[in-house]
Ligand binder design. Structure first.
Ligand SMILES: [Zn+2]
Length: 224
């Protein structure tokens, strides 16, 4: 059997090396039993629904919106990816439709997962991670018009923290039943893979958390 080379797009959930959205719960993973004392090891895990690499469900911002346990896995599993290189963007600048994204329009379509590769994952767990480039609300609207419903980023959020547009991008994407994936990593490797022949595929897999507004995920990519 030919081995599949899988690129992991997920940050490790390491309590000592995290970037957490201001005000969100911290990550903790603590032993409850240990092999020396109890013969087996179990940890207790405490985190938010938006900790680490994760998905925002519509109910994160939309009252009575779809919750994470109601999202059809076929939106997220074994989908073709389009990685857009935005590594030239400066800190705290807008990613706009006209100058940054319109040139990829023909490749954006229903079923494609759009991944905005800024390179900001390199700053994970440092103060600079908070100064990410963010998506223009109008750009989000244009992306959704192409039929794309899942937008992923290697930053903390598609909206600027305390920015002029508030949570405008979240509201636009989640308000149309779309999904946002935040804090991805390794998009450089996926962008390189995209240069090779064949389709670049991704899977982004949430937990089935009853009535919840988001979930940590394991996200990974490969060449079909
Ligand atoms: Zn989130």
């Amino acid at each position: 059997m030919e081995s599949l080379s899988i690129i992991d797009l997920t940050h490790t959930l390491d309590p000592d090396k995290m970037s957490i959205y201001p005000g969100d719960p911290l990550l903790a993973c603590c032993p409850v039993t240990t092999i020396p004392q109890d013969g087996y090891a179990v940890n207790s895990l405490s985190l938010g629904t938006h900790t680490g690499t994760h998905i925002d469900a519509p109910s994160h911002f939309i009252a009575n919106g779809t919750t994470i346990d109601q999202i059809a896995l076929d939106m997220l599993v074994a989908r073709p990816a389009l990685v857009v290189d935005l590594t030239y963007k400066k800190p705290e600048t807008k990613i706009s439709w006209d100058s940054d994204l319109a040139k990829y329009k023909e490749r954006m379509k229903e079923g494609v997962i759009l991944l905005l590769y800024t390179g900001w994952s390199a700053y994970w767990a440092t103060p600079a991670y908070m100064d990410y480039p963010y998506l223009d609300k109008h750009a989000a609207e244009q992306i959704l018009l192409t039929g794309v419903k899942v937008i992923g980023l290697d930053t903390l959020s598609p909206d600027q923290i305390d920015g002029d547009e508030g949570y405008g991008v979240h509201e636009v994407i989640l308000g149309t039943g779309g999904l946002i994936v935040e804090n991805l990593t390794n998009l450089k490797a996926l962008a390189e893979l995209q240069q090779e022949e064949g389709a670049t595929m991704v899977s982004i897999v949430p937990l089935t958390l009853k009535d919840c507004d988001g979930s940590p995920v394991r996200a990974f990519g490969w060449k079909a």
